[in-house]
Design a protein around this ligand. Sequence first.
Ligand SMILES: [Zn+2]
Length: 298
Amino acid sequence: MMNQSVESRRCPYCLEQAFPGLAAGRRRFFHCSSCRLVFRDGLDAPEAAAEERRYYEDEYYRELAWDQLEGYRDGIYREALDRIEGQEGRRGRLLDVGCGCGLFLREALKRGWDAKGIDPSRESIEYLHATIGDAGIQGTLEDFDPGTRYDAVTMINVLDHLAEPWKDATRAASLLRDGGVLYVRVPNGPFHMALCRLLASCGLNGSTGRVVVFHNYVLSAAWLTRVLSDRGFSRIEIRNAGLSGFSGYRRHTGRTKVLHALRRAVWCGAKSAERLSAGRLLWGPSLEVTARKAGKTG
Ligand SMILES: [Zn+2]
């Protein structure tokens, strides 16, 4: 019989019961016993959505734009476009959701895509306009109606930040033409949870923020597959995504160098496991997902 005193929450996706799981600093996460979604406690607080929106509109750029502008993500942008072009076979219309300062768009435009982006951050869009022109729009998918359809929609390190990512997956589907490609890059939830436990067991709790990534949701390949197939996507393929570069870590010394070396070692292990298991073992720090909107591919 279930202990009635165990604290629980309602899973925001499937509405089944969720129980306490991970704690990262002051943030607590609950784990759904049915769909396995891991979500941050407090997302359903009345003021949470407005606060998040204000943060991304007004503060995100000052706090975290450096993370985009240092250039150490250029490799993942090229990887994303290589993957999409491998599936699409042509460079048509592309929408980048959460485009930030537009560095991915810059690469897409350079390759000949008719690329646009949308992002809630006012200053990021101002930066984008000043550097690559009018390819960016300030806002979110919730209030976006372009009156057109795209050949590709990309969400790079975005989905786990959102208030209700499954609704944005539905919106992405409605923005794609039949047969269009959705590309998602997202932290690999089970990997980061395991790493968090490992670091804690080594007494390295204070370092978890530099290597472990938790936002509103901790997403897994299984949950992503379920959500995308529920929304009519087909040919859902999920792999370990390549690592971003390491320039962001140059300023650190000592223990961070050890973590840096650990990160490289884990990556080599993850790629080997993926190859040896023919793609079933996904133990890299990030997942790369491609899926097609059902319908004709023309
Ligand atoms: Zn659930």
